[in-house]
Design a protein around this ligand. Structure first.
Ligand code: PAN
Ligand code: ZN
Length: 191
C-alpha cells in the first residue's frame, strides 16, 4: 500500500475515480430481508439479480489515523414503494464518524443511533453531510432515473457492523408517496 501522498481525479460527470484498490458490487440478493414489501422483493429478484450499487475505495490500514475514502454509486429504482438503498451499517467502533459529499443525483441519508435518535438528510450535488459518531447510515436514491453518487471519508479503525441493521432494519423507511418521497415508520423495525 502506498505510503506517500497521492492525488487522483474524481469525476462528478461520469462518476469515476482514477485510483482505487477495492471495488464492491452489491446485487439485489444481498438485500434479502431489508425491503418491507417482501412480495415485491421476491418478484423483482425473480426477474434477475440486478446490481443495486457499487463502491470504489482506496483502502487504508485499520488504524485510527488513517482515512479510507471512496465513491459510492447507487442506482435508481424501487422495490415496491421503497427506493433502492444501501445495506446501511453502524461503524463497529461506534465512536467514529464519516463525511459524505454528494456529486450526482438526489438522495436521502437515513440515520439512527443505538439510543433511539433518528435523522434523514437530503443530498443533492455539492451538498456535504457530516455523520457524527454513533449514527448508523444508509443511502437511499430518490432521484428519477439517475445514479446517486457520493464521495465518502471515514476513520481507518471504524470497521463495519452490518449485522445490527440486517436484524432490526432502520427505524424509518423512505417510500414513494403520492406527492413524492415520504419518511415512514418501518413496520418491521426490531422484529
Ligand atoms: C460507505 C458505504 C457505501 C455502501 O462507504 O460503505 O455507501 O454502503 P454499505 O456499506 O452500507 O453497503 C460508508 O458508509 N462507509 O463507512
Ligand atoms: Zn460508514
Amino acid at each position: 500500500m502506498l505510503n506517500k501522498p497521492y492525488t487522483f481525479e474524481l469525476s462528478d460527470i461520469d462518476a469515476t475515480m482514477t485510483r482505487y484498490d477495492k471495488h464492491i458490487q452489491r446485487p439485489l440478493s444481498a438485500m434479502r430481508g431489508q425491503y418491507h414489501d417482501v412480495a415485491a422483493y421476491e418478484a423483482l429478484l425473480a426477474t434477475g439479480d440486478i446490481e443495486l450499487y457499487q463502491v470504489y475505495e482506496n483502502t487504508r490500514p485499520a488504524a485510527a489515523g488513517e482515512l479510507p475514502h471512496g465513491l459510492s454509486i447507487l442506482h435508481p429504482g424501487r422495490v415496491g414503494d421503497e427506493y433502492f438503498m444501501t445495506k446501511g451499517h453502524f461503524h463497529r467502533v461506534l465512536e467514529t464518524g464519516e463525511v459524505y459529499h454528494c456529486l450526482q443525483g438526489h438522495g436521502m441519508i437515513v440515520m439512527e443511533t443505538p439510543e433511539g435518535d433518528w435523522a434523514v438528510e437530503e443530498l443533492t450535488p455539492g451538498r456535504v453531510l457530516y455523520i457524527p459518531p454513533r449514527w448508523a447510515h444508509r443511502s437511499v436514491n430518490i432521484g428519477d432515473g439517475q445514479d446517486l453518487v457520493t464521495f465518502y471519508i471515514y476513520p481507518g479503525n471504524a470497521g463495519h457492523d452490518y449485522g445490527t441493521i440486517e436484524q432490526k432494519g432502520f427505524r424509518k423507511l423512505v417510500v414513494a408517496g403520492p406527492d413524492g418521497p415520504q419518511i415512514v415508520d418501518n413496520p418491521r423495525w426490531g422484529k
